[in-house]
Design a protein around this ligand. Structure first.
Ligand code: F6P
Length: 490
């Protein structure tokens, strides 16, 4: 907020994402308000709440239309309105082609190199283009000035920066790509690779989580577009404009004032053990994600199997609680994953379980932030075993929740977070026996060592919080605007 006021005075802020920060749904007790399970939402919401402005997103809740006004606006958060949520309505055909199809069956597996073959259909691409145009029109309608800052979020809107640029040439458009960017060889299989790159280069600044993804993007542009690439200056000149390509590691809001005091780790542990009917002496491992094949959920269960084979004295003493929020569940790949998870859990539970003891508890339900915070605080270890992940905010949320400085993070080397959270136990999720040994190391780690590691991890997350993430992008935007103003002055 201070950066906006001081460095970019009189600049309005517009955020664009597919997922909306607040969803209104019809529930048994009337209209209910939900916060979706989305890293993007947890990161962007505190920023937009602080800076105000307009957030444009797909209105997908069953009660979204009736809670919005005639301009499709609703002020949020409902208890302390701070910014305008502008909802964009999509037809079923648009939702299927743009969101389920091109974004989630095409770009999602492509960018994650997730060994799930990307599916590219011409009809989905048509929808993707049409929905990007629809959102670009919404940005132009909502803009009150000629020079807003538009924060474009994620792979749903690769074409939006160019479309907005055509109508608001002086806007500062910052596009943040929340998922990885693959190397140019992998990217080359996308039939519309040039159009995607061209669309993204309508941005003034293009952000990725880590430098590797910036390098991969720059390499893709260099290979497929007539452009000038300045690797040292991290800039691409294309079609008479320059785009800065930088890494901005996303983070979370540090929870200092938001965690109620009574929720100590001991309290949380008692609560979780009671809720899941677990014996008081078991050690707890937790995993928290959307049910997605990029998250390595099956792989951590295989690692549990290896762990029990190597360390049979732990059978009966360790429970893995896996929260798997349903996600994109109308897609075949997600349905298949759910089936596979259930089958594997049944197998492992049959192999190592006994009367009153199930080694893996799979909970395919969405949980709110308070419930998750209790789980993090109750856990002896938290496992993040993504096969490939832009950043992964669960790793950071776990660290932020542990104000008792205990607990161990087991973290995939292929999550962007592993570049910052060096005191975690870093694992290769493709190596089940290696990950099983990491569980053993975590479970037998002396408390002094846990504290030493956790203290350092907490320093990193506290200082590299989401305000720093947004602040660095806005500072770069301010520098860019100053440069443009100097140029205008001649
Ligand atoms: O990782 C990209 C991302 O947009 C995250 O920010 C978010 O957690 C996830 O995908 C949510 O996906 P969806 O909005 O499709 O449920």
């Amino acid at each position: 907020k201070q950066i906006l006021a001081a460095e970019l005075p009189d600049t309005e802020l517009i955020v664009v994402s597919n997922r909306e920060p607040y969803v209104h749904e019809h529930g048994p007790g009337g209209v209910e308000l939900k916060v979706p399970a989305s890293g993007l939402v947890s990161a962007l919401e505190p920023i937009t709440r602080t800076c105000a402005g307009t957030w444009i997103a797909h209105g997908g809740g069953s009660a979204d239309r009736e809670t919005a006004d005639a301009n499709d606006h609703v002020m949020v958060p409902p208890d302390a309105p701070a910014y305008t949520l502008r909802r964009v309505w999509l037809s079923e055909e648009e939702y299927k082609g743009y969101y389920l199809g091109f974004a989630n069956e095409g770009l999602w597996p492509l960018c994650h190199i997730a060994f799930e073959r990307p599916i590219f259909r011409a009809a989905d691409w048509e929808c993707y283009q049409a929905v990007n145009r629809k959102f670009a029109d919404a940005v132009v309608q909502e803009a009150k000035t000629k020079r807003p800052i538009v924060l474009v979020q994620d792979y749903h809107f690769a074409l939006l920066p160019r479309l907005v640029r055509e109508q608001l040439p002086e806007a500062i458009i910052i596009t943040f790509w929340h998922i990885p960017w693959p190397n140019s060889e992998v990217f080359s299989v996308c039939p519309w690779r040039e159009q995607i790159l061209d669309g993204m280069l309508g941005s003034s600044i293009l952000g990725f989580h880590i430098q590797l993804h910036c390098n991969n993007f720059i390499e893709s542009v260099d290979r497929f577009l007539e452009s000038r690439v300045d690797r040292e200056g991290a800039a691409i000149s294309y079609g008479g404009r320059t785009t800065l390509v930088h890494s901005y590691p996303i983070s979370i809001e540090w929870p200092e004032q938001t965690t109620p005091r009574r929720r100590t780790s001991a309290w949380a542990r008692r609560r979780v053990l009671e809720r899941f009917n677990l014996r008081p002496d078991v050690k707890l491992a937790v995993g928290v994600e959307r049910l997605d094949y990029t998250k390595g959920i099956l792989d951590r269960f295989h690692a549990m199997d290896e762990f029990f084979q190597q360390h049979s004295d732990w059978i009966g003493r360790l429970v893995f609680l896996q929260i798997a929020a349903p996600s994109r569940s109308s897609l075949p790949a997600y349905q298949a994953l759910y089936q596979e998870c259930q089958t594997l859990v049944e197998e492992i539970n049959a192999r190592y379980g006994s009367e009153g003891y199930q080694p893996i508890v799979l909970i395919p339900e969405h949980h709110d932030q308070h419930e998750l915070s209790d789980l993090y605080r109750a856990a002896d270890l938290c496992v993040v075993s993504s096969l490939h992940d832009g950043m992964n905010l669960v790793a950071k949320e776990f660290v932020a929740a542990r104000d008792d400085e205990a607990g161990v993070l087991v973290l995939s080397a292929f999550a962007g977070a592993s570049r910052e959270l060096l005191e975690a136990i870093i694992v290769n999720p493709f190596d089940a026996s290696g990950m099983g040994e990491a569980f053993y190391q975590a479970l037998t780690m002396p408390i002094e060592e846990q504290r030493m590691r956790m203290r350092r991890l907490r320093e990193v997350v506290r200082s590299n919080n989401v305000y720093r993430w947004a602040g660095s992008m806005l500072m770069d935007a301010a520098r860019l605007r100053q440069r443009e103003q100097f140029r205008e002055l001649g």
